[in-house]
Design a protein. Structure first.
Ligand code: SAM
Length: 289
């Protein structure tokens, strides 16, 4: 998928991504080529009729069906893009950016690339003056993931793909953030501590509690990490119409857990400081009955 303008603003140009939505809400992601055409059971729409138009117009197919044309948001792209591996869902992407405190100009080491959803979100957040280095072990994943990154990321020159195993080490030094979506992140805890600046943030996304438990034990054992915290993000969409206001019948029940920790000066025997006041401490303060 070749990308045109990655900025989701302005009229459609050749090479842009267009999200076409039919009357029933079905969505189709296309890359615009002047010679191309979009063909479905609701008819044909030549790309030349989309190029040069403003976003938000309803365009007619050869069978008179309306298709709403918009440039995809990051969340829409992630849900509709070609996937080689399980992607991180938008609800988690947003929280990862805030919990890891990804700031413009920051340097981030990430693993692995997968389908590229998290990489795209990180690249947007670090901006033109930041950098993202992505470790990935599989060549096939790298090819698929990079096609998505190129289609959507605003400043690809701020991205470096390193074909390598993050469990074996991290080459970068003075890194602001380490963000991991790999199955055994505890194998990268030591390297992350060596790579991170003082006060830097380690974040890991994991699908099961057994993995979270093993990671938290590894972070707690390493005297350079404190403020270890794990959260799960639940998002319940609502259906709002004139006659009915209720939660939708189906929701994504489980995606994963986000664990964060801060890189601190090595502890000398003292216990690790927790991110949240313990239940005992809250009871002492009288805030828990
Ligand atoms: C679940 S996918 C990542 C999905 C990605 N975060 C996204 O949002 O699309 C996990 C990726 O990590 C890669 N991986 C697994 N172990 C790794 C390691 N030790 N070092 C680097 N990459 C690794 C896998 O090949 C796979 O591409």
């Amino acid at each position: 998928m070749a990308g045109g303008s990655s900025i989701p603003r302005g009229k459609f140009q050749e090479g842009d991504l267009a999200l076409l939505i039919d009357r029933k809400g079905r969505r189709y992601l296309v890359t615009l080529k002047s010679s191309g055409s979009f063909q479905t059971h609701v008819g044909v729409l030549p790309h030349s009729e989309i190029i040069g138009r403003e976003q938000g117009e309803s365009l007619r197919t050869s069978r008179g069906q309306g298709l709403l044309a918009l440039k995809p948001t990051l969340a829409e792209f992630v849900l509709d893009m070609p996937r080689g591996a399980q992607v991180i869902y938008p609800k988690d992407l947003g929280n990862i950016l805030v919990l890891a405190d990804i700031f413009p100009g920051s340097t981030v080491v990430e693993a692995g690339l997968g389908s590229g959803a998290l990489t795209i979100a990180l690249l947007r957040a670090v901006g033109e003056s930041g950098s993202v280095v992505t470790y990935e072990v599989r060549e096939d994943m790298a090819a698929k993931g990079m096609a998505n990154v190129r289609a959507m990321a605003p400043h690809p020159r701020t991205h470096t793909l390193r074909m390598g195993d993050i469990y074996q080490g991290i080459q970068e030094k003075d890194v602001d953030r380490v963000v991991l979506d790999v199955p055994e992140p505890w194998q990268a805890v030591r390297w992350s501590a060596e790579a991170l600046v003082a006060g830097g943030i380690f974040l890991s996304f994991l699908p099961t509690v057994l993995q979270v438990h093993q990671l938290v034990l590894a972070l707690t054992e390493d005297s350079r990490f404190q403020m270890v915290e794990t959260v799960e993000v639940l998002l319940r969409p609502w259906n709002v119409t004139e006659r009915s206001v209720r939660p939708v019948h189906r929701m994504v029940a489980h995606t994963g857990f986000i664990t964060t920790a801060r890189r601190c000066a090595p502890r000398k025997g003292a216990l690790s400081v927790q991110a949240n006041a313990s239940e005992d401490a809250l009871q002492e303060e009288g805030s828990v009955e």
